[in-house]
Design a protein around this ligand. Sequence first.
Ligand code: FNR
Length: 370
Amino acid sequence: PAAQNMLLLNDFEHWAQRVLSETAWAYYRSAADEERTFFENRDAFQRYFFRPRILRDTSTGSTESSILGIPTAMPVFISPAAMAKLGHPLGEINLTKAAGNCNIVQMISCNASCSIEEMVDSTVDGQSLFFQIYLNKDRSASEQLLRKVEQLGVKAIVFTVDVCWQSKRTLDVRTKAKSNTAPPSPPSSSSSSASGSGSKALSVSQQISGYQDTNLTWDDISFIRRHTTLPIIVKGVQSLEDVQLCVDAGVEAVILSNHGGRQADYAPAPIDVLYEIRALRPDLFSKTEIMIDGGVRSGADVVKALALGAKAVGLGRPVLYANGTHGEEGVYRVMEIMQEEITNTMRNIGVTRIQDLRPEMVGPRGPWVG
Ligand code: FNR
């Protein structure tokens, strides 16, 4: 069906399962171990409901906002996710073009299947790209990469810290056992991971992650700081305590994330971590920008997170699925759906501007009075 006939983000997932190659579907959809965190990311959003307000003028308004001072048409960004070419021959270029047309931020994966230059060349005037980095075991390669992306004009470094150890991505591992086809390797990693064929075939995750360092510590934030002048966003924060440590380390923003349930199974849902911070440490929201991703599938999900204090909200799989089914047009349609749903949701709960959303407009599923 045409992209315009997709009404919900989940419609893309439905069709992606039917049209993607088995390898692509398995890599995109897979999650760690029993996938409890993968499902929890969704379930948790469904445990929060609105406390709408009535009889307020909602005839005009806007979803405009900013991330690290960079204007965005809405507080939604493309989370960094690897290997868009597995779903569509143009790969991440489609994401860059759609993000440019929608005026939102794209975070480029360190394991993207297009080169950073190709993506930069596909931007429109004023478009902002952030670059996500995995540190290389060879730190001098990371230094070079940090220098290169800054010269290419990216606006922030996203340091992903929740892949400190390999995980078992169940569906990906099961599928590699059946298939010997090697996917295209990502040009931006200077990796030398093993070949993907024969009886020793590796899952897609294993093939692209060989260069990544598993020995990461808080000192690595200073390492990145020494080699870039760009703001640093730490992605993969999963506890209130670590948000505080990120503040102490002086990072400009954090993304509460469990990698879409792909790393530690039974890691908490980011919306629950956000709720805990709101309840126990509301002061943290003024010390660093707090964003979240994982399980976001509707404008209502976005508005819940924003009301609780998130600066912006990221989409991972929905973008990869839409790229796989409809290419650039699909990614554009995802953002169109988000814009429409965010606007509808906000106005129906009595709010017209992002900055007017308040924590008391969201609560755990009722009844609240015992
Ligand atoms: C990811 N994610 C990810 N994160 C990152 O920092 N670097 C990366 O290269 C990747 N690669 C990647 C590939 C695939 C196929 C998926 C599904 C995810 C994690 C991603 O940025 C994000 O945290 C989650 O995808 C968010 O969850 P949802 O929206 O997929 O539920």
